[in-house]
Design a protein around this ligand. Structure first.
Ligand SMILES: Nc1ncnc2c1ncn2[C@@H]1O[C@H](COP(=O)(O)OP(=O)(O)OP(=O)(O)O)[C@@H](O)[C@H]1O
Ligand SMILES: [Mg+2]
Length: 273
C-alpha cells in the first residue's frame, strides 16, 4: 500500500483544534461521497477521527450515519450497486486500494452493528470465532480470551454457566453484548459502534459506557447514537449529520453548549428529528 500524499482540504474548526492538540489521526475521509445506485447517501464528507478518543455521530434517522460508519471497514462493499467516491484513510493509508485484505482490515477495525447479529453457534464459539480464524488454536488461550471478552462486555456473569447454549437463545440485549465481546476478542485498534446500546437496559448501557472509557485509553471509538445524553457522557468529539452531510463536528462540550450551525442547535434542542 502506498501512503497517501494529498493536499488536505481547508481545515474545519474541529480539525484545527485536533491538530493543535497534536493528536494523531487514525481515521479520516476526504471528499467522501457515497451512492446506493443513483441515490446519493453521503455528500462530500471530510472528517478526522483522532486516536484514543470517542467520537459520537448524531443526526436524524436516515441521514447516513450507518452508511458512513460502514465505509471504514468496507462493509458497504457487500451491498450490490453501491459506489464510493473520495478517499477513506486509516493511519494515512487508503482503505480502498486494491489488494487490501478485508479479513485483516475488519480485525483492525471492528464493528458492532445496529442489529445484533450473533452467529448460529454457541456463545463460546461466537466469541472464539475471530481468534480462531486469525490462527489462535491453543484451547486454554481461547478460553482465556472468551472469558476476558465476555467480562469486558458485561455479559460473563449471565452466561458463564451456559457457554455451550446457542447464542440465538439469548435476549436481544444479551446478543448485543455478545457481539461486543466478539469484536473485543480480536483486539481491534478501532471500534465502530452503531447504536450499540439501543437494545440494552440501563445497567448494561452503563457497563458498555464504562467499557468505552476504558477502551479509549488505547483505541479509537466511533459511536452512532440517538441518545444525546449518551453522546454528551461518553464522547470527546461529536459530529452532527443531516441529509447525508456532516454539518458540524467539534469538541462535544462545544456541540452541546454552543454549536456554530443553527441546524445543530435545533437538533440537539429537540426542535426536529
Ligand atoms: N442497503 C441500502 N440500499 C439502499 N438504500 C439504503 C441502504 N441502506 C441505507 N440506505 C439509504 O441511505 C440513507 C442513509 O441510511 P442510513 O442507514 O445510513 O441512515 P442512518 O442515519 O443510519 O439512520 P438510522 O438512524 O435510522 O439508523 C437512507 O436514505 C436509506 O434509505
Ligand atoms: Mg443507522
Amino acid at each position: 500500500m502506498d501512503a497517501i500524499i494529498d493536499t488536505p482540504p481547508a481545515k474545519t474548526a474541529c480539525e484545527k483544534s485536533m491538530s493543535e492538540q497534536g493528536q494523531t489521526i487514525r481515521l479520516a475521509t476526504r471528499n467522501l461521497n457515497f451512492f446506493y445506485g443513483r441515490t446519493q447517501a453521503l455528500f462530500n464528507i471530510n472528517i478526522n477521527i483522532p486516536e484514543k478518543s470517542v467520537t459520537a455521530l448524531i443526526g436524524p434517522s436516515g441521514c447516513g450515519k450507518s452508511t458512513f460508519l460502514r465505509c471504514f471497514n468496507r462493509m458497504n462493499d457487500e451491498i450490490p450497486g453501491t459506489r464510493l467516491q473520495g478517499t477513506v484513510l486509516f493511519d494515512n493509508q487508503d482503505l480502498y486500494v486494491r489488494g487490501i485484505s478485508l479479513v485483516d482490515l475488519r480485525k483492525r477495525i471492528g464493528m458492532v452493528f445496529q442489529r445484533a447479529n450473533p452467529f448460529a453457534m454457541s456463545i463460546f464459539d461466537n466469541v472464539a470465532y475471530g481468534p480462531r480464524i486469525h490462527g489462535e488454536n491453543n484451547r486454554y488461550k481461547i478460553q482465556e480470551i472468551v472469558e476476558r471478552s465476555l467480562v469486558r462486555a458485561a455479559l460473563w456473569d449471565e452466561v458463564k454457566d451456559n457457554l455451550k447454549k446457542s447464542a440465538l437463545d439469548l435476549s436481544g440485549g444479551q446478543q448485543q453484548r455478545l457481539c461486543i465481546a466478539r469484536v473485543l476478542a480480536v483486539e481491534p485498534e478501532v471500534i465502530l459502534m452503531d447504536e450499540p446500546c439501543s437494545a440494552l437496559d440501563p445497567n448494561s448501557t452503563f457497563c458498555i459506557e464504562e467499557l468505552m472509557q476504558d477502551l479509549k485509553k488505547t483505541y479509537s471509538i466511533v459511536i452512532v447514537t440517538h441518545n444525546m445524553q449518551q453522546a454528551a457522557r461518553v464522547s470527546d468529539n461529536t459530529g452532527f449529520f443531516l441529509k447525508g452531510e456532516l454539518i458540524e463536528i467539534d469538541k462535544t462540550e462545544k456541540i452541546f453548549q454552543g454549536p456554530e450551525d443553527q441546524r445543530t442547535e435545533d437538533y440537539i434542542r429537540g426542535r426536529f428529528g
